[in-house]
Every structure is written in C-alpha cells, then in structure tokens.
Design a binder for this molecule. Structure first.
Ligand SMILES: NC(=O)c1ccc[n+]([C@@H]2O[C@H](COP(=O)([O-])OP(=O)(O)OC[C@H]3O[C@@H](n4cnc5c(N)ncnc54)[C@H](O)[C@@H]3O)[C@@H](O)[C@H]2O)c1
Length: 433
C-alpha cells in the first residue's frame, strides 16, 4: 500500500468538478480540504451553499455538502498553507478557459506556483484538468520543482483525465473508467491508488502524454460526430424526412453510434477541446482540417436556426425583426444550470442582432441577462415563435395547446430537441432541426 487507507487530500479548484470530487472522497471517509481562490465561493461552500446541479442517492449536492461539513470530513479554504499542514495528496481541477481560440493557462500556472511554495517531500500531485498535450511534464513539473523538490524522487506527479458529465458527477466518479500516467512508475501507482479510493471502475496506466491527448480526442470525436449529424440533418430536412428517426434507425446497426443534433455544442469541455489539441498541432505543424471544420460547423448551428426561423416566419407573413421570440432554455445542455459557452446565448444574440424581441426562459439558470424573463408564461405570451433549445424539468410538463393559445396567431415552433409534439401543427407551424 503506497498511500494510507484513509487518505488526506486537497482538491485544488472547487468548481463543477472539484467540489463534487472532494465530496466523493469525503463520503468514502477521506479527510478532504478544498482549495479555491474565490473567497466568497469558499465562504458559501463552508456555509453549505452551492448551486451546482448534482445529486447522489436522492440527495442534492448541497445536502451532501452539509453532511460532510458537519462530519468534519470536508472543509474549504483559500489557504494552501492550511491545506499543506493537513494533507499529503493533491488533485488539481482548475480550468484552462479558451479566449479567442487560445487556451489560458493562468489558473493552472498560479495553482502550481502556489502549490510549489507548500509542497512537502512524499506528497502526490495528480493533475485532473483537461490540458494541452504535454502540459503536465512541460509546465506543471517545472513549476512544482520550484519547490526545490524533484518530481518522481521527492514528490510524485501524475496526470489522470476527468471524464465525467455534469449532472452525473457522483455516479461517474465511481463508475467511469479512468486512465493515468505518472512521471515514474511509482507516481502512476500512487495516483492510481488515490483515484481508486473513489473509482471502482478500471484504471488503466499509460504514458502521461497519451492520457492527456486521449482526453482531448475523446471530446473532439463527439464534436466531430455532432457536426457530421448536423450535415445529415440539413440533408434530411431538404429530403423531407425526420432527422431523429433517421438517426434512430441508423443506430440500430451495432457498429453505428450517431449522436443527436441540437442547437450547437456548448459547455466547457467539447468546444474547448479542439483548441487544446490545436495549440500543440500548430507547434508540431500538423494540419487538422477535418477537426477545425467540425468545430466551425457546430459553431454555425445557431445561425442555421435563425435562418430556419426567419424562413418559417416569412412563410406565415411575419418578419423576424418585428416578431417576439420565446426561447426555452439557456443552459448549455439539458437539465443543467451551466450556461458557460452556451449555444442558446449565441442564438439569442443573433436574434437580437436581427432586431427580434427575445424573451428567454430557463428555470435552472439564475444569472441575469437583459433578455431573460422569470416565467414560461412571460416568455410565450404574444410570442410569434417559440424555440426549444434546452430541456428542463419544467418543460416536460408543458400543455402545448394551452401554451399556444397564449401565443400570437399562426405561432411558429422551432424544435431543436425533438420534444415538441407533432400535434402542434394543428394550431401552429412546427419545424425541427
Ligand atoms: N465541467 C465538466 O463537466 C468537466 C468534465 C470533464 C472535465 N472537465 C475539466 O475539469 C476542469 C475543471 O472544470 P470545472 O468545470 O470544474 O471548472 P470551474 O471553472 O467550474 O472550476 C475551476 C475552479 O478553480 C478555481 N481556481 C482558479 N484558479 C485557482 C487557483 N490558483 N487555486 C485554486 N483554485 C483556483 C476557480 O475559482 C474555480 O472555482 C477543466 O479542466 C475542465 O476542462 C470538466
């Protein structure tokens, strides 16, 4: 046994990944400190306040947090020193946001630089953020060695990709297979033991760069698959067949796995993945035109939606510029409250640029936007069109006939989620992506 039976660890970065990950360790009996640089966020967490949409065994994340705080197995801090006095393992989960197609390493660099000031002999560091291939050895390692300690000799350094999907974090931390690579065999084995404290699924050991790159291409292959399906959707729309039924039938083939089209590809993970790979591909002068085209295709879907909507409105004698458009959903994916890099926002912006009056409603997204309204009724009243872009629980209950009666005459329904019943054609005009 390279690490103790009840590890003491710090999770660096208490975001959508770091907080539920910390609690997953705490629930299993580990002693966990969560470190974040945002003081208000840390104070909220220590007061058991958290808005992330996660649950496990019937309990919300906030309830789990409250229990683990009360049992003293978890606490949050802004102080690396405080954490260092109490732990000997670190898992880094800070993000690398992408600005103008350029990954921003500032958070990761800062986390490593501060960690280097408190790192002790014998500590284990596992990077779990999604990174540009090569980051662990080329950037993290030298920053941590500023501590005066040598990686693989005095402390152990490894990389393991994070593969969970938001909304299923607790479940997937346990059941999603992992891959891990270490700067030495012992680093990999220590990291594997630390990961297997929570993860019951297989953990495969490989080289660091392979694990880093695999994570990025796992995301990119979804981006490409969705872009391909968008092209199939444009084809089937013109052919006059139902795209979702087409995909359902194609997927009955055992070796076919088409994803579904939607309003675009959003969130932190999928759209950013290409730019992590591209940074390295440019350095290595490796062209990746297929992958870049797929990204562009997915980025253009909100514009495609605008054009579809405009065409249908014109068919019923209305113009987009003088229409009220109700948008259902702002989150980047169904049943989520995460609206980072969310195609619905991009879509709304394009509608506003066209002069339309937009009322967007998403019961899960709490951030204020000038176009966000606070009820479904407010969104749809007198609306000329309704565009369904993200599924939320409340939308599952919609009485479509009653809703359409609140809308303007000849309402248009643009469904990007395959959720609006075809019966709305009896009192409106349904189009689907
Ligand atoms: N969100 C997902 O579904 C998901 C899934 C798989 C992988 N990932 C990857 O996991 C990583 C984390 O994603 P996330 O969604 O949790 O990001 P996030 O932005 O929600 O959380 C990151 C947290 O790190 C904190 N932070 C920034 N700098 C810090 C520092 N120097 N020290 C301590 N804390 C610091 C931020 O304040 C923030 O709370 C990313 O690399 C992402 O690509 C995310």
């Amino acid at each position: 046994m390279l690490i103790s039976k009840t590890p003491r660890l710090a999770v660096i970065g208490l975001g959508f990944i770091g907080l539920p990950l910390s609690l997953s360790y705490a629930m299993k009996g580990a002693s966990v400190i969560g470190i974040d640089v945002l003081e208000d966020h840390v104070n909220d967490i220590n007061a058991a306040k958290c808005h992330f949409h996660e649950q496990y065994q019937g309990k919300s994340l906030a309830e789990i947090l409250s229990e683990q705080l009360a049992q003293g197995r978890f606490q949050a801090t802004t102080s690396y020193e405080q954490a260092a006095n109490e732990v000997d393992h670190y898992i880094i989960t800070v993000g690398l946001p992408v600005h103008n197609q350029d990954p921003d390493l500032r958070y990761l660099n800062a986390a490593c630089e501060t960690l280097a000031t408190v790192l002790k002999k014998g500590d284990t560091v596992v990077v779990r953020s999604t990174v540009i291939p090569g980051t662990t050895e080329d950037i993290v390692l030298p920053l941590l060695e500023k501590s005066g300690l040598k990686a693989g000799v005095d402390f152990y350094l490894a990389y393991s990709s994070e593969r969970i999907a938001e909304g299923r974090a607790f479940e997937e931390f346990i059941h999603m297979p992992l891959a891990v690579g270490g700067v030495t065999d012992e680093s990999a084995q220590r990291a594997k033991q630390l990961l297997s404290f929570v993860t019951e699924a297989e953990i495969t050991v490989s080289e660091i760069k392979i694990v880093e790159t695999a994570k990025v291409i796992e995301n990119i292959q979804r981006d490409v698959n969705i872009a391909m399906v968008q092209e199939f959707a444009r084809f089937s729309e013109k052919l006059g067949i139902d795209t979702f039924e087409l995909i359902r039938i194609a997927n009955t083939h055992k070796r076919v796995n088409l994803l579904t089209p939607g309003p675009g590809v959003g969130g932190y993970c999928l759209p950013n993945a290409l730019y992590y790979l591209l940074t390295k591909a440019k350095e290595l002068q490796v062209p990746v035109p297929l992958l870049e085209t797929a990204r562009k295709t997915n980025d253009q879907v909100p514009q495609v939606l605008v054009e579809m909507l405009q065409e249908k409105l014109e068919e019923v004698g209305k113009s987009l510029a003088s229409s009220k458009i109700a948008v259902l959903g702002l989150a980047m994916k169904d049943f989520s409250n995460d609206d980072r890099i969310s195609p619905p926002h991009h879509f709304v912006q394009l509608l506003l640029d066209s002069g339309a009056d937009v009322s967007a409603y998403d019961p899960a997204v709490k951030a204020a936007y000038p176009y966000r309204v606070s009820s479904l009724e407010e969104a749809v009243t007198k609306a000329d069109a309704l565009v369904y872009v993200t599924v939320q629980e409340e939308f599952l209950e919609i009485d479509w006939l009653a809703l359409s009666e609140k809308m303007a005459s000849q309402p248009v329904f643009l469904d990007a989620k395959n959720r609006v019943p075809k019966t709305v054609n009896q009192y409106g005009n349904l189009i689907r992506i």
